[in-house]
Design a protein around this ligand. Structure first.
Ligand SMILES: CC(C)(COP(=O)(O)OP(=O)(O)OC[C@H]1O[C@@H](n2cnc3c(N)ncnc32)[C@H](O)[C@@H]1OP(=O)(O)O)[C@@H](O)C(=O)NCCC(=O)NCCS
Length: 155
């Protein structure tokens, strides 16, 4: 089941590929920092909390194509928010309108390009990104840009 999930998630352009390997998905589940909804033998929704420096990324939110727009994304997102340890800073990076809606609904505040590194260190927000190579990241033109990378966070 997890191998199939890995394959499907890896094919999504909006998801960060680096952390979607079988082993990291399995580890997230074993460490109780992932939400996984199954129907029969198929995983139909997934999301995980990824520990970063002094904060947590809520990410890898995914719903199977034929189960979208049925609130499974909302359900998964709500469960993940409920799993964040009290007092932790958590954030997400997205350009998906549905995820922007969920982040705002949960009181997460959007970062601007100017304050992007104020709460979440650069290495935590953009370190795992595989869109640009390391030496280009500091001048990344995609941060805080609609349809590119928008960061939402909650302290
Ligand atoms: C993004 C994704 C997880 C959403 O899953 P889903 O099950 O279709 O989402 P839901 O039906 O639960 O809708 C989520 C919420 O967004 C709202 N929504 C849906 N489309 C929206 C849109 N275009 N604009 C604003 N809000 C929208 C829904 O009304 C719902 O909010 P509500 O619970 O307050 O009513 C799913 O489309 C997906 O897996 N996409 C591919 C991977 C991806 O892009 N993941 C996100 C990476 S950040």
């Amino acid at each position: 089941m997890l191998k199939e999930l890995e394959r499907k998630m890896q094919s999504e352009k909006s998801l960060l590929g680096g952390q979607l390997g079988f082993e990291s998905l399995q580890k997230a589940l074993q460490e109780n920092r992932a939400v996984c909804i199954a129907k029969g033998a198929e995983i139909i929704a997934f999301g995980a909390l990824w520990p970063r420096e002094n904060c947590i990324e809520l990410g890898s939110l995914w719903v199977a194509t034929n189960h979208r727009n049925q609130k499974l994304g909302s359900q998964t997102f709500n469960s993940l928010v409920g799993m964040v340890p009290v007092g932790s800073v958590f954030f997400l990076i997205t350009h998906e309108p549905a995820v922007v809606h969920l982040a705002t609904k949960h009181g997460m505040i959007e970062a601007s390009a100017g304050n992007w590194t104020e709460v979440v260190p650069w290495s935590a927000s953009c370190g795992p990104c595989d869109r640009l190579c390391e030496n280009q990241k500091i001048t990344c033109p995609f941060r805080a840009v609609s349809l590119e990378c928008r960061m939402f966070l909650k302290k």
